[in-house]
Design a protein around this ligand. Structure first.
Ligand code: ATP
Length: 586
């Protein structure tokens, strides 16, 4: 397959901001792709070579690309750097430089194939150690020598991690369902397989080769993370018990990092809530699991919390988060910040998926397979059918320093809904009773230039919620309060790599920001209340025509939710339901 087919498809996708048209271009690309290459094309279209949990990144620095362009064009580094600074995008810079060479190159070029591009990029991604820079440059130059200027544009954006076609996973699943299923309604089946594997390539390949039948028989595999089930929120004990069918299992809500552990024949992999493989960052958790889990194969889930080893007291999220994302210094941090893993679910055991089992049955198996030790503990669910008891329990939770409670359905339908936020798990927090909103996690999509004391940094960030149906981000407030001076000063640097010169195709905003970002970073914030707003697109037309919802007096809560992907941000649906529940409580 020629890489030019991919480059043409990317160009068409980029030229529209209409989701339907984007999906149609994707469907066309999927249909043009031989089945044997579909998984590779799926990853490439996401700017990747492998699923996220493989942790393999292409990552070439911008200066390396400039070196490649020096080699190809014979121009001076300074001149190319200046051209890049003027254009602002390395892909377009490569496009420009190569288009000046095309006539000469046409004679010697052998057209690029997808296989060659993929294999070379994979070699680049796997190159490390001595001579890395030279080898990577050599490999990319080889590709660029055969590339058209358009192909160079997308190759370069891919290697620097800035492909940014604006295609979310859900849009890709839609396109797959149309191309190989029975139309968009097949997305349910395709999404289910994706939720069980977090692997767009594997799902694409299975659907193309085995059809819908294969997708419906899709199985959980150890080593491929299951997308986590999430909680809805409600504000009163009455509502919660009614919604959950009268009786539920109530557990403390621990404030840590969610971890999914996959264990097979003594081999253990750990995955974060964002589905990254974080095994090497938690050697202490691995050790603890080894001695407390008694199953040949098992997938369990829990919350990893930092503890004070002297008092056994659980420490706040900000402490455990220092253990995340480390490549170096792991031993020192393991000693400095001891953690425990508090397990609350079992999703798979000895060849059998448990996700369609009711909650208490999953718990029974969890308890049977796990021996509680110092490092591995279990949550202790209380079966509750009475709102007064639930309120007493949340008082205890608050007094003991827990975030709140998670109340889980226990009926025959209380399955594990992978990748879904639903009312089978409901979180109940103390703040619900006093303040209008719980904290929300929102995505930064843009920023406004600071003035006065804030000159040179940002005065406020433009924050958005996630619209699951449209796979897009809708603005809900400007956030300028709650940052300390040091963080404020650092904001432009923090967002430097995410800067783009227009609103991202997945961002819907009526407000013109001074700076736009790829929607990637998630922040937690408080607000005083939700109000109707003509300026924001969150909940637009859902409560009242032409009007959306805004958070009043938003304040940064101090947590950068790096454990969340932008699609894990608080959804439009949740904000609308928070607004409605606020109306009920005034
Ligand atoms: P919040 O922002 O309120 O901290 P969240 O956005 O991280 O929550 P939610 O789906 O809203 O995610 O809440 C569920 C999260 O709570 C889970 O992802 C898990 O990490 C954590 N958690 C803590 N204790 C439990 C428990 N006992 N059962 C299930 N999840 C729990």
């Amino acid at each position: 397959m020629k890489y030019s087919i991919i480059a043409d498809a990317y160009e068409s996708i980029e030229s529209t901001s209409k989701r339907l048209e984007m999906t149609n271009h994707l469907v066309k690309l999927i249909k043009q792709t031989p089945k044997s290459l579909l998984s590779k094309v799926a990853y490439l279209t996401q700017g990747k070579l492998h699923p996220d949990f493989d942790g393999i990144e292409i990552s070439m620095a911008e200066r390396m690309i400039i070196m490649c362009l020096v080699k190809i064009s014979g121009k001076k580094k300074e001149e190319l750097t200046k051209t890049f600074k003027n254009i602002g995008d390395l892909g377009s810079t490569a496009d420009k430089i190569l288009s000046e060479q095309d006539t000469l190159k046409l004679i010697t070029r052998s057209p690029l194939t997808v296989e060659k591009v993929y294999n070379t990029l994979d070699k680049i991604a796997h190159t490390s150690g001595k001579g890395t820079v030279r080898i990577k440059i050599g490999l990319l130059v080889n590709l660029l020598l055969d590339a058209t200027s358009k192909e160079a544009r997308y190759l370069v954006r891919t290697v620097v991690g800035k492909l940014r076609l604006g295609i979310g996973d859900m849009t890709f699943l839609d396109a797959l369902a149309i191309a190989y299923g029975e139309g968009k309604h097949s997305r349910v089946d395709v999404e289910r397989a994706y939720n069980m594997s977090s692997d767009l390539g594997l799902v694409s390949e299975t659907l193309a080769n085995e059809g819908l039948e294969g997708i419906r028989n899709f199985r959980i595999r150890i080593g491929r993370p299951i997308r986590p089930m999430l909680c809805e929120r409600l504000t009163t004990a009455d509502e919660i018990l009614t919604k959950i069918g009268g009786t539920g299992s109530a557990e403390f809500k621990y404030d840590g990092l969610r971890i999914q552990a996959h264990i097979a024949s003594g081999e253990i992999s750990l995955f974060s809530r964002r589905l990254e493989n974080i095994t090497s960052q938690f050697p202490d958790v691995i050790k603890a699991l080894t001695s407390s889990v008694n199953a040949e194969e098992i997938i369990v889930e829990g919350e990893c919390v930092a503890i004070d080893p002297d008092t056994d007291e659980m420490l706040p999220f900000q402490v455990v988060t220092q253990r995340r994302g480390r490549k170096y210094d792991i031993k020192r941090m393991t000693d400095k910040i001891p953690v425990v893993l508090i397990l609350f679910d079992a999703l798979y055991v000895n060849g059998k998926s448990l996700i369609d089992f009711p909650y208490l049955e999953r718990r029974r198996i969890l308890k049977k397979m796990v021996r509680e030790t110092n490092g591995i503990r279990l949550t202790h669910p209380l079966i509750i059918d009475n709102p007064v008891e639930l309120d007493n329990l949340i008082d205890t939770a608050a007094e003991t320093g827990y975030e709140g409670l998670v109340i889980k359905a226990i009926g025959s339908n209380s399955v594990y809904q992978a990748g879904a936020r639903g009312f089978l798990w409901i979180k109940y927090k103390r703040e619900y009773m006093s303040e209008m909103v719980d904290t929300v996690d929102l995505v930064v999509v843009g920023a406004f230039a600071g003035m006065g004391r804030r000159a040179g940094t940002y005065g406020a960030l433009l924050m958005a919620s996630y619209d699951e149906e449209l796979d897009a981000f809708k603005t809900v407030c400007k956030l300028g309060t709650g940052f300390d001076d040091a963080t404020l000063a650092k904001l432009p640097k923090i967002f430097e790599a995410d800067r783009i010169d227009h609103a991202h195709p997945r961002v819907e905003s009526k407000i013109e920001a001074d700076f736009w970002f790829v929607p990637r970073k998630v922040l937690e914030l408080f607000g005083s209340e939700l109000t109707l707003s003509p300026s924001h697109t969150c909940g637009l037309d859902l409560i009242k025509n032409g009007v959306g919802l805004a958070i009043r007096f938003p304040r940064f809560a101090g947590k950068w939710r790096d454990d969340k992907a932008s699609e894990d941000a608080t959804t439009v649906k949740e904000i609308v339901s928070m607004y409605r529940s606020q109306l009920k409580h005034v």
